[in-house]
Write a protein that binds this ligand. Structure first.
Ligand SMILES: *[C@@H]1O[C@H](CO)[C@@H](O)[C@H](O)[C@H]1NC(C)=O
Ligand SMILES: *[C@@H]1O[C@H](CO)[C@@H](O)[C@H](O)[C@H]1NC(C)=O
Ligand SMILES: *[C@@H]1O[C@H](CO)[C@@H](O)[C@H](O)[C@H]1NC(C)=O
Ligand SMILES: *[C@@H]1O[C@H](CO)[C@@H](O)[C@H](O)[C@H]1NC(C)=O
Ligand SMILES: *[C@@H]1O[C@H](CO)[C@@H](O)[C@H](O)[C@H]1NC(C)=O
Length: 270
């Protein structure tokens, strides 16, 4: 019995180890589209068509920035490489992806809502790019997300309420964007066991408000005050110049009357 088990296990191990270089059609579609959307991948080692067909051999990756697990791409880390272009929605075809880090590049365009199909995704770091558009609420379907770092982009709109569903979230940073609206209470006041995110996660978004950001208080008042002073001084100068004109008119009128008097004095009476 024991010998059979050992034999079976070693046969299985052999089969796994000797498995030829796997070519996964979804990983190939993912990489092909990503390399197209990033536009210029000449600086990236082995980012060529032939490698996309065979990016992995078991746990060995042949593609710069990729990590493989059992013949599938499971990490993509292309940071600080001056990449331009956008993030292809076809990235969702890398269905085994657990970590996606494209931080510190010059990527533009939206965060594709199709990333929701990356059901194993635990780390999403797209920080320090030029991404715009809104944050897709569908990312909340990636239930294993631990890290969402989107800081330093040009993202607009609200922080999705649905992110409160991401119970595993331990790092969250959307600072330095153009987000607006209230911070979802589901994110700022988490249940006892989950970590809280402090103001540094939300700073640098002009129209974002609510706990844990400091209340607006005097800021709103001072804006009003400045407007008030501006309007007030405008009105005051209007009144002043109007009075000035009135006084000037009065003086000239009097002068004219006086001159008229002089003239009438000089004129001989008929
Ligand atoms: C890639 O994803 C798209 C959309 O999700 C799907 O239609 C297509 O069949 C996928 N391609 C492969 C090769 O998996
Ligand atoms: C590029 O591919 C070659 C062979 O296919 C491999 O030896 C090399 O390690 C790869 N480079 C990287 C950065 O993975
Ligand atoms: C995301 O990437 C940036 C730059 O590469 C790094 O500084 C930051 O720590 C990463 N975020 C997280 C939460 O690991
Ligand atoms: C969140 O919790 C803090 C203290 O833990 C509390 O002061 C604050 O009022 C709460 N905010 C909301 C919106 O519940
Ligand atoms: C906010 O949280 C971050 C980690 O998430 C920590 O590094 C930082 O010191 C905290 N800041 C304050 C003011 O508590």
């Amino acid at each position: 019995m024991g010998a059979w088990t050992v034999l079976l296990v070693s046969l299985l191990t052999c089969a796994v180890l000797l498995r030829p270089t796997s070519s996964d059609p979804s990983d190939e579609a993912c990489l092909t589209h990503l390399s197209q959307s990033i536009q210029d991948t000449r600086s990236l080692q082995n980012w060529t068509k032939s490698t996309f067909a065979n990016p992995c051999n078991g746990f060995t990756a042949y593609l710069q920035g990729a990590t493989c697990n059992n013949g599938r791409i499971y990490k993509l880390s292309l940071t600080n490489l001056a990449l331009r272009g956008s993030i292809s929605p076809f990235l969702a075809n890398c269905t085994n992806l657990q970590a996606l880090d494209l931080s510190s590049n010059f990527l533009t365009g939206p965060i594709p809502s199709d990333l929701q199909y990356l059901v194993n995704l635990a780390v999403l770091n797209l920080s320090s790019n030029r991404l715009d558009g809104t944050i897709p609420p569908q990312l909340s379907f990636c239930a294993y997300l631990n890290v969402i770092d989107l800081h330093d982009n040009l993202l607009t709109g609200p922080i999705p309420q649905e992110f409160g569903l991401l119970v595993r979230l331990s790092a969250f940073d959307v600072s330095k964007n153009r987000l607006s609206g209230p911070i979802p209470v589901s994110l700022s006041n988490r249940s006892r066991n989950s970590p809280k995110f402090n103001a540094s996660s939300f700073d640098g978004n002009k129209d974002l408000y609510g706990y844990p950001l400091p209340p607006l208080k005097s800021k709103g008042l001072s804006v009003l005050a400045i407007v008030g002073i501006g309007l007030g001084s405008g009105f005051a100068s209007l009144v002043l110049s109007f009075t000035g004109v009135c006084i000037w008119l009065k003086i000239t009128e009097r002068k004219m009357a006086l001159d008229e008097g002089k003239i009438s004095q000089l004129m001989p009476d008929y």
